[in-house]
Design a protein. Structure first.
Lengths: 579, 174
C-alpha cells in the first residue's frame, strides 16, 4: 500500500467500505432478489391504489400466464375449478330441462285441443314438425326498452322503456353500445361493412336495426319471432321519414327531435301473442276432460238413482195393491230394496210382485210376517184350498158372502154347506151360480153365535140416558158421551145389518116439573131432536124415529136436573123373510 | 333550461392519467374493464350552465391509450363534440403525441373544441413543461390546464371549460 492508498484509507475508509457493500449488494443477484421480495407486495398494492393503469399493464401478461398454465396443466386447473363448474353446469342443465319440459307441456297441451289440431294441420302444410310449430306459436317475448341512437356520434336521440324495466344511465348505455358496435366492426369485419345486429344476454335478447342516420336498439325479454325485425324496421323507417334530417344533424339537443318518444313507444307494443294470452284464459284440456268425466259420472249416478227411486215407487205401489200383503216399511239401501210387513200365505209372493214391475228379484230383501187377511180375493183363495174345490167351481167373496158358481157334485155341495162356516170373514153362501140338480138358492143362515153377540152388545148399550142443563144444552160431558154412544150404535147397526137384523133406535125426551105441560112437551121434543142430530151426524139416523114424550107422569112441579134427559132405547128385529 | 347532450372524447398517450382524470370528474361510470377489452370506457356527467340556460350532459368516452392510435380508436372519436387531450407534464414527449393525434383528428373529423390537460402537476420536481411552452400550448388548444388527478386540481375547471365551449359552439351553429 503506497502513501496515496494509505491517505485514501485514512480519508474515505469508512465510505469505501459502505460503497463496497452496496456494490456487492447490487451485483449479487440473490441479494437483489431478497430486497425486491421485501417490498414487492407493498409496491404492487400501492401502485394499484394510485394508478389504474397498473391493471392495464398486468392484464396482458397475466392473461398470457393463465392461458399457458391452463394449456400446460389442464388437470390441475380442472380440479381447482370443479367446485365452481359443477353447480354452474347443473344450473345450466336445470334451466335447459325446465325449458324443455315447458316446451313438451305446451306441445302436449296443444296436441288435443281444437287450436292444437288446427296448428297440426298448419304445420303439416308448412312442412315443419308440429313441435317446432308449437314453439313458434307459443314463444313469449316483450320489447322492454328501445333506444334510438345517432349513428354519427352515438348520442341517444330517444329512449323508452316499460315502467318495470331497470335502466342505467341511458346516455351511457347508448354510447357504450355504439362503442361496442364500432369495436366489433373494427375487430371482426375486415371491410368494416359488418354490423352488430343481435346479442343474447340471459333472459334478454338485444336487437339492433340499422337505418341511414340512426340505430334502433331494442332490449327484448324472451325469444322474439323473426317477423319482429320487420316490425321494428318499419318503426325505424317511420322515424327516419319524420326526423331523418334532424337525426343526421343531431348534436344532443332533444328539442330538434320533438316527440320522437311517441314513435318509439310503438316498439313497446310488440309483446307476447294474443293467442297465448287467450290460451291462458282457456281451461286446460285435462281439466275439460276431467270435467266431462265428472259430468258423465254425475249423470250416470243421477240416472241410476232416479231409476232406483222409480223402481222403489213401482214396487211399493204393487205391494200395497196386492191383496193379502200389508207393507209396514219399505226403503232403499243402495241398489237393494228392503221390505217389511205382513203377508197372507195364500197371497202372491213378493218376488213375483217384484218381477211384475221389472225389479230384479235378487235386489229385493223381504221380511214378511204371516197373517190372515180378510180381503175377498184372499178369502176366496183360502176357501178354494180348504174346501178342496173342484176345477169346475169358481169361488168369489162379496161382502161376507161366499159366491159359488160353476158345476159341482151334489156330495161336494152338501159338504160345502157344512164347511163354509169355518171360513173367517164369511157369513153366508150364495149358490145361485152353482149348477146342480137342485134349485139354485141363496141360503142365508145367521150364525147363532153372531146374533147372540149382537144381543149382548145391545144390552150393554140399551136405555142410556144423557142429561141436559137447561133448555136443550147438554150437561157437562154428556154431549161427548152421546157422540161416543152414537159411534157404538153405528157399529152395532152395521153389524146387525151384516147379520141380516135391523136395529131400532128410539129417543125419548124428558123434562122436570117446572113450567106448563104444553111447554114441557115442546121442550122434551126439542131435546130428543137435539140428541137425534148427534146420532144423525154419526150415520145412525136411518131407521130411527124420535118419540118425544111429555112430562113423565107423577112428576112434581119443581126443578130436578136428573129428570132433564133423553133416553135411547134399542131393539133388534128379525128380517121380514129369510132366504 | 335547454337539455343538451354532448359526446366528449378523452385522448392521450399511454399512462398519462386519462382514466384517473375522468374518474375525478364524472359521476356515473362503467367498470374500467371495458378499457382493456373494448378499448373505451363511457362515463357521464351533468353540468348546469345557468348563464347559458343549458343543462348539459357530457358523455365522456375514455379512449384507451396505446402506442399506436389505430382505426378502432379513431372510430370511437367519430361525432365527438369536443376533446379532452391529456398529456403527462413530467414526460414532455407525451405532448407531442397529443398534438399529432389532434392533427389527425382535425384531418379526419374536422375542428371541434378541445382542451389540453397537462397532468401530474403534483410531481413538481419532475415537471418538464416550462411556462413559455405552456403558453404556446394554450394557443394550440382552446385552453390548457395544469391538472393533478391525484389532488383534483383544475380537472373540473378543464371539463367545464370544454363544456362551455361546446355549448357556445352549438349555439353559434344554431
Amino acid at each position: 500500500m503506497n502513501d496515496l492508498d494509505q491517505l485514501k484509507q485514512l480519508l474515505f475508509g469508512a465510505e469505501k467500505q459502505a460503497l463496497d457493500q452496496i456494490a456487492d449488494r447490487v451485483e449479487r443477484r440473490e441479494v437483489r432478489t431478497a430486497d425486491v421480495s421485501e417490498v414487492l407486495s407493498e409496491a404492487i398494492a400501492r401502485s394499484y391504489r394510485e394508478d389504474e393503469e397498473f391493471v392495464e399493464s398486468l392484464t396482458q401478461p397475466v392473461g398470457d400466464c393463465l392461458r399457458r398454465a391452463f394449456r400446460d396443466d389442464p388437470q390441475t386447473y380442472g380440479d381447482a375449478l370443479y367446485p365452481v363448474m359443477g353447480p354452474a353446469i347443473r344450473k345450466s342443465i336445470m334451466h335447459a330441462l325446465r325449458n324443455f319440459s315447458q316446451q313438451i307441456n305446451e306441445a302436449v297441451e296443444h296436441s288435443v285441443s281444437p287450436q292444437g289440431l288446427k296448428w297440426r294441420w298448419q304445420a303439416s302444410r308448412a312442412g315443419i314438425p308440429f313441435g317446432e310449430y308449437v314453439l313458434q306459436k307459443t314463444m313469449r317475448y316483450r320489447v322492454e326498452q328501445a333506444y334510438l341512437i345517432s349513428r354519427e356520434n352515438g348520442l341517444l336521440v330517444g329512449h323508452v322503456h316499460h315502467e318495470a324495466s331497470r335502466i342505467k344511465d341511458s346516455d351511457a348505455v347508448s354510447a357504450m353500445f355504439t362503442a361496442i358496435q364500432d369495436f366489433v366492426k373494427e375487430s371482426f369485419s375486415p371491410d368494416r361493412t359488418g354490423r352488430l345486429e343481435s346479442a343474447d344476454m340471459g333472459d334478454f335478447t338485444l336487437w339492433a336495426v340499422h337505418g341511414p342516420h340512426a340505430l334502433l336498439v331494442c332490449v327484448i325479454r324472451g325469444m322474439p319471432p323473426k317477423r319482429l325485425r320487420t316490425d321494428l324496421t318499419a318503426v325505424l323507417e317511420r322515424i327516419h321519414f319524420r326526423y331523418g334530417e334532424a337525426i343526421r344533424e343531431y348534436k344532443g339537443d332533444t328539442a330538434t327531435v320533438p316527440e320522437v318518444e311517441v314513435e318509439l313507444e310503438r316498439c313497446l307494443r310488440f309483446e307476447a301473442r294474443a293467442e297465448k294470452a287467450k290460451s291462458g284464459r282457456m281451461l286446460p284440456v285435462w281439466m275439460i276432460v276431467l270435467l266431462l268425466l265428472l259430468l258423465a259420472a254425475a249423470a250416470f249416478f243421477g240416472f241410476r238413482s232416479w231409476t232406483h227411486a222409480q223402481q222403489l215407487a213401482s214396487l211399493e205401489d204393487a205391494l200395497r195393491a196386492a191383496p193379502g200383503i200389508h207393507v209396514t216399511d219399505i226403503e232403499r239401501n243402495g241398489s237393494e230394496f228392503a221390505v217389511r210387513g205382513l203377508r197372507d200365505p195364500v197371497a202372491i209372493s213378493i218376488n213375483d210382485i217384484a218381477a211384475s214391475v221389472d225389479v230384479p228379484v235378487e235386489r229385493v230383501a223381504a221380511e214378511m210376517q204371516p197373517f190372515q187377511s180378510l180381503e175377498p180375493e184372499i178369502i176366496a183363495a183360502r176357501a178354494g184350498q180348504l174346501l178342496n174345490k173342484p176345477d169346475s167351481v169358481q169361488l168369489s167373496v162379496v161382502g161376507t158372502t161366499l159366491v159359488v158358481s160353476g158345476t159341482a157334485p151334489a156330495a161336494w155341495k152338501a159338504q160345502l154347506l157344512d164347511d163354509f162356516r169355518m171360513l173367517a170373514g164369511v157369513d153366508t153362501i150364495d149358490l145361485a151360480g152353482l149348477a146342480d140338480e137342485t134349485e139354485p138358492a141363496l141360503v142365508t143362515v145367521p150364525k147363532p153365535d153372531t146374533a147372540q153377540l149382537l144381543r149382548d152388545r145391545l144390552e150393554d148399550l140399551n136405555e142410556r140416558r144423557f142429561l141436559f142443563d137447561e133448555d136443550v144444552r147438554f150437561a157437562a160431558d154428556h154431549a161427548e158421551a152421546l157422540e161416543r154412544h152414537a159411534i157404538a150404535l153405528r157399529q152395532l147397526q152395521v153389524d146387525a145389518d151384516e147379520a141380516n137384523l135391523s136395529l131400532v133406535v128410539t129417543l125419548t125426551g124428558h123434562t122436570d116439573g117446572l113450567g106448563s105441560p104444553a111447554a114441557n112437551t115442546i121442550l122434551a121434543e126439542r131435546r130428543a131432536a137435539t140428541a137425534l142430530e148427534v146420532l144423525t151426524r154419526a150415520d145412525v139416523a136411518a131407521g130411527v124415529a124420535a118419540q118425544p114424550a111429555a112430562v113423565t107422569a107423577g112428576s112434581e112441579s119443581r126443578a130436578d136436573p136428573q129428570r132433564r134427559y133423553v133416553q135411547i132405547d134399542l131393539q133388534l128385529q128379525e128380517p121380514p123373510e129369510v132366504l | 333550461m335547454t337539455r343538451l347532450t354532448s359526446k366528449v372524447c378523452v385522448v392521450g398517450d399511454f399512462a398519462v392519467g386519462k382514466t384517473s382524470v375522468v374518474e375525478r370528474f364524472v359521476s356515473n361510470h362503467f367498470s374500467a374493464k371495458y378499457l382493456s377489452t373494448v378499448g373505451v370506457k363511457i362515463d357521464t356527467k351533468e353540468i348546469e350552465q345557468s348563464a347559458l340556460g343549458v343543462t348539459h350532459k357530457l358523455v365522456v368516452w375514455d379512449v384507451a391509450g396505446s402506442d399506436r392510435f389505430g382505426d378502432k380508436e379513431f372510430a370511437y372519436l367519430r361525432g365527438a363534440s369536443g376533446y379532452i387531450f391529456v398529456a403527462d407534464g413530467t414526460r414532455a414527449l407525451t405532448i407531442e403525441s397529443v398534438k399529432t393525434i389532434q392533427s389527425q383528428i382535425g384531418d379526419k373529423y374536422g375542428d371541434a373544441p378541445s382542451v389540453l390537460l397537462l397532468n401530474k402537476r403534483d410531481l413538481t420536481a419532475e415537471w418538464e413543461v416550462n411556462d413559455e411552452r405552456f403558453e404556446s400550448l394554450q394557443a394550440s388548444f382552446n385552453g390548457a390546464f395544469k391538472t393533478s388527478a391525484k389532488t383534483g386540481d383544475e380537472v373540473e375547471d378543464a371539463f367545464k371549460r370544454l363544456a362551455q365551449l361546446i355549448v357556445e359552439n352549438e349555439l353559434r351553429g344554431k
